[in-house]
Design a protein. Structure first.
Length: 397
């Protein structure tokens, strides 16, 4: 029989996998209908719903019983997924997607607050698990969704619903009863309370602009890198193993990005080790610098094995950075506001990633390799400038 900690992790993984799968299934459905604007609508609805709902729903989580909200939001998401199966109206799919996204904002915020309180878990181990899980989902979700759609295109949402049912049933048993919320009253001005709490967290606030720039740069690299890595990886495969695949570009891209995912998975465990002693603030800086240098190396050295090594190291830095982001909220934001602040910070990452992807549109700002180099150089320069200013400030005291 699984222990409590393992069961809670299983619930989180099942729900996260199902939710991410739904997003890809909707993209596949609109793509099959030759509706590119429908695909754009899926991305925009998912992103904008989270942005609009983050502050009020985060404030709601801070003022509510975590068990009730966790079970309620996961159950709601499951029933809405069933609704996707029962309707074939595109605009109604988008309405249901918006509702599912709102439910996931609630459950994600509840998990952020509740998981560290699970027996056997700490704030660091909870963050490490969630970052590692994200790395795994980034690899298996697109493939899993494609498989579901290929096997059962007309029942794919029903299969996603089938993944959520055991998550809900297990959650009824293991969801923490929790303590009474410290802030019980919810008013319209609560949407600004989390921002007020964030503004008092000077260490986190000082690094946020740099962190956001890193997010934009890495997201811009994502799309331009798609073109660049297919060329570099494809050339390496074609030269080393001629004729092994008909189209080596996508295979080379998949192989290289797999090293980043592997680094993410390996790196997620590092902050939870006893020998890891970097303070959270330094973790953010070191992780961000490693990410930036990896992207810079990717553009500067168009040789697949070197990029693979850079991506492995960059993925490790990415994981350490992501754990540091979560830990900084735990450490610097009062408990009564952590839900809202985390919801706002995570959604801001999503919005800025969207901006980065627009800027990284292939050939919009230049050749893909030039854009990759620029992204790495800008992010690295910003972090180095931040470090210099930080040292000057410390010495002037």
């Amino acid at each position: 029989m699984f222990g409590l900690k393992t069961t809670v992790k299983t619930v989180i993984f099942l729900d996260a996998f199902a939710s991410a799968t739904i997003y890809f299934l909707l993209l596949f459905r609109f793509a099959q209908d030759s509706s590119p604007w429908g695909m754009t609508a899926v991305a925009l609805v998912s992103m904008l719903t989270g942005a609009v709902c983050a502050a009020p729903l985060g404030a709601w989580v801070d003022r509510s019983n975590l068990r009730t909200l966790w079970i309620g939001s996961t159950s709601t998401s499951a029933f809405l997924t069933l609704g996707l199966h029962l309707t074939s109206t595109p605009w109604f799919w988008l309405v249901l997607l918006a509702c599912i996204t709102a439910a996931e904002v609630v459950s994600g915020t509840v998990i952020f607050k509740a998981l560290p309180k699970t027996p056997g878990m700490t704030q660091t181990s909870a963050s490490s698990f969630l970052v590692g899980m994200g790395a795994v989902l980034g690899v298996v979700t697109p493939a899993g969704a494609a498989l579901l759609y290929a096997v059962a295109p007309h029942a794919c949402f029903l299969l996603a619903f089938a993944l959520q049912v055991p998550a809900v049933l297990l959650l009824l048993k293991v969801a923490p009863k929790g303590e009474a919320p410290q802030l019980k009253k919810l008013s319209f001005k609560d949407a600004a309370l989390g921002l007020g709490a964030l503004s008092k967290s000077l260490g986190l606030l000082a690094y946020l602009p740099v962190m956001y720039l890193v997010v934009i740069a890495t997201s811009a690299e994502d799309l331009s890198g798609l073109i660049y890595l297919q060329q570099v990886g494809g050339d390496f495969i074609d030269g080393s193993f001629p004729g092994i695949v008909e189209n080596p570009g996508p295979a080379g891209y998949a192989a290289l990005t797999a090293f980043w995912s592997l680094g993410l998975l390996l790196g997620s465990a590092i902050p939870n080790r006893r020998w890891f002693s970097l303070p959270t603030y330094q973790t953010l800086i070191v992780g961000g610098l490693v990410i930036s240098l990896a992207i810079l190396a990717e553009g500067m050295f168009p040789y697949a094995p070197m990029i693979a090594v850079a991506f492995l190291i960059g993925g490790i830095g990415n994981a350490v950075h992501n754990v540091g982001v979560r830990s900084s909220v735990y450490e610097q934001v009062p408990e009564e506001h952590t839900g809202q602040v985390w919801a706002m910070v995570s959604v801001s990452f999503t919005l800025l990633a969207g901006l980065g992807k627009i800027l990284g549109t292939p050939y919009l700002l230049g050749e893909p390799q030039q854009v990759v180099i620029g992204c790495g150089a800008i992010a690295t320069g910003a972090i180095m400038l931040f470090l210099v200013l930080r040292l000057i400030r410390i010495r002037s005291r």
